[in-house]
Design a protein around this ligand. Structure first.
Ligand code: IDP
Ligand code: MG
Length: 139
C-alpha cells in the first residue's frame, strides 16, 4: 500500500462559497502534490457508502443531505506523512476548536459544514481514493 498519500474532498459549502482556489493554493503551498483531482457530485448512495461508519449517528441524514447538495472537488494528495500532516492542515472537525490558520478555521461555518474532508488513516486514504478515482486518473 502507498502510505504517503491522503484523500480529500472540498465539500459543497467550500465550492458554493468560491473557496476552491484559495484552499488548493494552501494545500499545494503546504507541500502536497496533486496526484488526482476532479469536480464531481456524490449521489445519496455514494454518500451513504462513503460515510457508512457514521450511519448510526444522529447527524447522518444531515451529513448525506449536505454532501450531496452540490459538487465537490475530490483529490488525492501526496507528501511524506500525508495523512497526519493533512489532518493538521485542515484542523479540528469543529471549526470553533480548529487551530488558527487551519483550513477549517479559515473557511468552515460549523461542525457539520466544515469545508473539507481528510482521510484519518493510510488504509482509509487508499479506500477513499479508490472510491472516487480509477488508476487511469491518478498521476
Ligand atoms: P472528520 O471529518 O474531522 O474526520 P468525523 O467525525 O469523521 O470528522 O465526521 C465526518 C463528518 O460528519 C464531519 O466532517 C462533519 O461534516 C460531519 N459531522 C461530524 N460531527 C457532526 C455533528 O456533530 N453534527 C453534524 N455534522 C457532523
Ligand atoms: Mg472522519
Amino acid at each position: 500500500m502507498v502510505t504517503n498519500r491522503t484523500f480529500t474532498m472540498l465539500k459543497p459549502d467550500a465550492v458554493e462559497k468560491g473557496h476552491v482556489g484559495a484552499i488548493i493554493e494552501k494545500i499545494t503551498a503546504s507541500g502536497f502534490r496533486i496526484v488526482a483531482m476532479k469536480l464531481t457530485q456524490m449521489t445519496k448512495a455514494d454518500a451513504q457508502e462513503f460515510y457508512a461508519i457514521h450511519k448510526e449517528r444522529p447527524f447522518f441524514p444531515e451529513l448525506v443531505e449536505y454532501m450531496t447538495r452540490g459538487p465537490i472537488v475530490a483529490a488525492i494528495l501526496e507528501k511524506d506523512n500525508a495523512v497526519e500532516d493533512f489532518r493538521t492542515l485542515i484542523g479540528a472537525t469543529n471549526p470553533a476548536e480548529a487551530a488558527e490558520g487551519t483550513i477549517r478555521k479559515l473557511y468552515a461555518a460549523s461542525i457539520g459544514e466544515n469545508a473539507v474532508h481528510g482521510s484519518d488513516s493510510d488504509e482509509n486514504a487508499a479506500i477513499e481514493g479508490a472510491f472516487h478515482f480509477s488508476g487511469r486518473e491518478m498521476f
